[in-house]
Design a protein around this ligand. Structure first.
Ligand code: MN
Length: 258
């Protein structure tokens, strides 16, 4: 299996390398990621500036690693058009330091990168966990590896595009693994006005609303201690995704045994 790994937290992020070390046990991994943090940049691509790529020393032996002076989406396009010569089986973006739930998928660079993989016809997975601490990155990495094996098996539809979030819990405390839909009205933006020596400026503040009133949403699943797996699709060009319930069957039990 060949997996392209990227992220939006940048090439030095702990979540990226925790993921790569785990995936290396099951796949040939190539890393192409932004050279710095580019969170909340969504699907942005760089069309009016030159893009530079630097092959960097492998942080994990035998994993080809490239740092891109561009966005997460730029990284995936450069990888699939230029750097990764053979077809990949899967694109994985993450592990993001911070959830990507509900409306956040529209601004998330993690999801924006996975979207590019999907647009190129590859199954793609965005995976995120809590920002507060990184002690459960190992769990997220193991889950990514389990999902990679299931996604690339013949029994699931292909390509699929999934947004995965893990609760900030050790594996034994996770309640379950649910197929969810995106919560609506999941965030609120406020604008703060401040002053400095050059005058007035503004700061956008984005907060998640922990609403659990809607059934089967990603926000609700996380609030109740579940792994949330949301199949995404592109309204303008494709049909709703086929059922993926079997992706979750026995998943938590398998993760707890890892
Ligand atoms: Mn990020």
């Amino acid at each position: 299996m060949k997996i392209l790994v990227t992220n939006d937290d940048g090439i030095s992020a702990e979540g990226l390398w925790t993921l790569v070390r785990e995936l290396q046990n099951i796949a040939e991994v190539t890393v192409v990621a932004p050279d710095r943090e580019r969170s909340a940049i969504g699907t942005a691509v760089t069309l009016r500036q030159p893009l530079r790529i630097q092959k960097v020393k492998e942080a994990v032996p035998e994993v080809e690693t490239y740092a891109v002076e561009g966005t997460p989406a730029d990284s995936v396009i450069l990888a699939l058009c230029n750097l990764v010569k053979d077809k990949v089986d899967l694109v994985i973006s993450g592990i993001n330091h911070g959830f990507n739930l509900g409306d956040d998928v529209h601004i998330s660079g993690t999801v924006g990168a996975a979207l590019q993989g999907y647009l190129y016809g590859f199954s793609s997975l965005a995976i995120s966990t809590a920002r507060e601490n990184s002690q459960h990155l190992d769990t997220a990495a193991k889950l990514a590896a389990l999902l990679a094996k299931r996604i690339t098996s013949d029994s699931l539809p292909s390509p699929i595009f999934l947004n995965v979030n893990l609760p900030n819990l050790p594996p034994a405390k996770i309640s379950g693994a649910q197929v969810t839909r995106l919560a609506s009205d999941s965030h609120i933006n406020t604008v703060e006005e401040e002053n400095d020596s050059t005058g007035k400026y503004y700061r956008l503040v984005r907060q998640r609303l922990n609403k659990v009133t809607e059934e089967k949403t990603d926000v609700g699943a996380i609030e109740q201690g579940n792994i949330s797996i949301t199949p995404l699709y592109i309204h303008l060009s494709s049909k709703p995704p086929p059922p993926i319930d079997k992706l979750c069957a026995g998943l938590l039990q398998e993760l707890q045994k890892c």
